[in-house]
Unconditional design. Structure first.
Length: 349
């Protein structure tokens, strides 16, 4: 028997590969969720501790159980409510217990997340992404409650804040989807493209992987957050490492001077620009003026002229006399051009 035949005769075991793939999908879904939450004032995403993905807010908690469904069929309630022969708990039962045993004074949300639509009896919910069980019709709610009461041996159950979420994440190539989402969100958050998008993706993925793989128990809440969670501030810090800090405003100001003015005038304005750039490194006055002028543009943009030259003229009229006498009119003029160019580029937003 040759090596190929010998190898093919050995039974295969894909449980490890399947487990790794499920873990990867949980991790990537959690990364996607972090960017969905970015507009929130603050949050922390905890990976693989009491649930696959947890969201900790100041006054509420959210738990997400990720379940992939390879078969191109809906995920039936009879499947997620079937107690495991070893533990006696079903998928939905374990999720419900997270909500049921917690402090009733803390707002709690639990959700089962899957790449398959939810089905109960003959009804398939294929037209909704987030399904709240307490919004279903009375007969359907009763079936869900009856199953939970039977499994948990409880007289009453409360299915408010129990959800089923359909995710359209590409299970065949999820990393490309997440890379694209990170880049798109980065541009909205930082007003520029990341300078090394693949490196940024690896940094976020590796950080999440390290958090999820931390296996020691943490009884102290702050210690838990440090070891298993990623806060909004930490995410923002990672993004900041990949912001393009190139000051395009200087180049654009130089190009504007080149295009608009004759040789003699260009010489004076370029000299003025050099002086302003050197002075702005140390001058608190110029730093303060840039913030003041940028704020003025933000607050009055609807009333300012439509063209660039018109806005510059308006800025000259409003601000040229507010600078100290050490700055010449040419220097003030190029400074205003520089501020407006930076404002257009989002550098002083």
């Amino acid at each position: 028997m040759d090596v190929r035949n010998a190898y093919n005769s050995i039974p295969h075991d894909l449980s490890g590969a399947a487990s790794k793939n499920r873990f990867r999908l949980e991790m990537l879904w959690g990364i996607s969720k972090m960017f969905d939450l970015y507009d929130k004032p603050d949050f922390c995403v905890v990976f693989d501790y009491k649930c696959d993905v947890e969201i900790h807010f100041k006054d509420s908690l959210e738990f997400y159980q990720i379940k992939t469904h390879k078969v191109q069929k809906p995920y039936k309630f009879t499947v997620i409510s079937k107690p495991d022969k070893n533990t006696g708990k079903s998928i939905i039962g374990r999720l419900y217990l997270l909500k049921n045993i917690s402090d009733k004074h803390v707002n709690m949300k639990v959700a089962l997340v899957s790449n398959a639509f939810f089905q109960i009896e003959k009804k398939v919910y294929s037209d909704v992404e987030t399904l709240k069980f307490s919004d279903l019709d009375d007969a359907t709610q009763k079936k869900i409650c009856t199953a939970l009461k039977s499994e948990l041996q409880q007289d009453e159950v409360d299915i408010s804040n129990v959800h089923y979420i359909y995710t359209s994440m590409n299970l065949l190539d999820p990393e490309n989807d997440i890379k694209g989402k990170i880049t798109g969100c980065f541009e909205k958050i930082k007003n520029c493209e990341p300078i090394k998008p693949n490196a940024l993706y690896r940094l976020i993925r590796d950080t999440v992987d390290a958090k999820a793989c931390y296996e020691l128990r943490s009884d102290d809440y702050d210690e838990l957050i440090a070891n298993k969670g990623i806060t909004k501030a930490q995410l923002d810090m990672m993004l900041d490492h990949y912001v393009d800090n190139t000051d395009n405003g200087v180049k654009q100001t130089q190009e504007y001077i080149e295009e608009k003015y004759s040789t003699k005038k260009r010489k004076k304005l370029k000299t003025a620009l050099v002086h302003i750039l050197e002075a702005s490194v140390k001058s608190n006055e110029l730093k303060g003026k840039e913030k003041e002028i940028s704020s003025y543009i933000d607050n009055n943009i609807e009333d300012l002229p439509d063209d660039f030259e018109g806005i510059i003229d308006a800025l000259v009229q409003n601000f040229s006399n507010s600078f100290s006498i050490e700055y010449t009119q040419e220097q003030i003029y190029v400074f205003l051009i520089l501020v407006l160019k930076r404002w257009e580029d989002g550098k002083n937003a």
